[in-house]
Design a protein. Sequence first.
Lengths: 166, 155
Amino acid sequence: MNTELKLQAMVDGELDARDMREVEALLAQDARHAALLQELKWTKSAIAGNEVELALPETREFYWSKISRSIEAEARKAAAAAPAERAWWLKLLYPATGLAAMVAVMFVVSGGRTTDGSDSENVPEDVNAVSFRSESEKMSVVYVADENGNFSPVSEEVKNAPEADK
Amino acid sequence: MPLKPTSKPSRWHFLVLLLGLGLGLLQVVAASVPVETHVQAVLVWGTDEAKPAGKALKEVDAKLREKLGKIFKWQNYFEVSRKNAGVSASKPQTLKLSEECSVAIKILPENLAEVKLLSKGKTITRRHSLAKADALVLGGDDKNNTAWFVVLNFN
């Protein structure tokens, strides 16, 4: 690296310790390089304080695309903040659930009408009875086994032919 | 486009709520009104013999005869008597089917009917579910290898 570049690096604070000592020794002996260093420092300070800002011109398409993107971003933000539109059946879910619960409670209170399997019989101890159900004939039967007909509700008068006919 | 929030109750909510209340009220009213059940009781005599001469017996209708014939062994089924009545929880009925036999019918809660067959000083009690469309047949052996039946239909 030549001396001028080293001076520039010194101004920019980019020299290592060894080069720095070398350049300082040179500046102590050489007034021309000392003046150059001073000039470089002034130039740097002048540029740093008075740099002209250059604005790059935007195209028409880029300008409108910026507006479009900002509108879309606003819409997305509003959609995220607002509650989602619920489905029509979901609106009816809570009232329908309440209605079902109410009907169920009323059904229980009214005693229901679906009792099944509660059939039972009570017969005297000396009566031998069997009960069964015919699914095909839709009949529930209680049958009393009594060969003597002691329980028969059919009177003898009905069952027996008149003596004259015998 | 911002979406419309739907947290406020709509008129549909009120409509469904009113409908629910109406149905509930209807259920309460329906439960409180006693429903009358029509009962038909038929006393039947089953025998393998022909109809005794000079008796005012008639054969049971074909439908009942077919049903009884599929379950029991007798050749002939004669109707001795028939009674009809309306029964409700507040209005039990006793039907006299012969000089020695009557049937007391009472409607109980839980859609049950209690049937008491009283004959010759003895009682058979049967609790019968009305949830099924079954007929209730109370029957038994009779003298000379015959049988008797009390067929009860509820509707």
